[in-house]
Ligand binder design. Structure first.
Ligand SMILES: CC(C)(COP(=O)(O)OP(=O)(O)OC[C@H]1O[C@@H](n2cnc3c(N)ncnc32)[C@H](O)[C@@H]1OP(=O)(O)O)[C@@H](O)C(=O)NCCC(=O)NCCS
Length: 163
């Protein structure tokens, strides 16, 4: 009942409108947005879900980030239109995009979010990985494609620099 497509250039403002609707005003003031400035989202992982009428029902984007000398994906923003929340769409977008990410060779995914929601996807609190302030460290979560990929990864999360 939902069609998943890789986000195209023409989808950008529709997705932005969904994010404006779903997040508190001033969302772009959040520190995670500083990590996205002048960095392109990972194209193949930005997914838009449309309903039967072609209306955007949910969307997810990812950005690359640097953590010391290591690289990870920053998941988000992810949002589902209020009329479709609780139908499993958010979970499906996260599962689908994380599977794509693993196939594309991304081993580490991190995000800033509610642990009670994200633990069902295998996210756990990351200790030693520091988001720009002000970020509650309890909301800094990570997922690894296999055990140990976060071992030794620590330091400030900064804008992605091609290594
Ligand atoms: C968070 C969000 C993407 C989830 O999408 P969704 O399609 O509603 O989620 P799903 O249907 O896959 O899952 C629903 C379940 O998640 C739970 N859930 C949703 N948000 C939660 C939260 N913040 N904390 C804990 N549980 C949460 C629901 O209670 C429900 O639980 P259940 O399965 O036990 O009934 C969506 O609610 C949303 O867009 N919220 C506003 C924007 C936002 O907060 N984005 C995430 C930024 S961290």
């Amino acid at each position: 009942m939902f069609r998943f497509e890789v986000e195209s250039k023409n989808d950008w403002w529709e997705v932005e409108a969904l994010y404006d609707l779903c997040f508190a005003p001033g969302r772009t003031a959040l520190s995670s947005y500083r990590l996205r400035e002048d960095v392109a989202p990972v194209a193949d992982l930005s997914i838009v879900a449309r309903d039967d009428l072609g209306i955007v029902a949910g969307a997810i984007r990812y950005w690359p980030v640097s953590i010391g000398g290591d690289v990870a994906l920053l998941l988000g923003p992810v949002a589902v239109h209020p009329t479709h929340q609780g139908e499993g769409l958010g979970g499906a977008l996260i599962h689908d995009s994380m599977e794509r990410a693993a196939r594309l060779g991304w081993h580490r995914v991190m995000l800033v979010g509610d642990e009670p929601y994200y633990r069902r996807f295998g996210f756990q609190r990351l200790s030693g990985v520091v988001m720009p302030p002000p970020t509650n460290p309890d909301r800094v979560l990570g997922h690894g494609v296999s055990d140990g990929v976060w071992e030794g990864v620590a330091g400030d999360v900064t804008r992605f620099q091609q290594g």
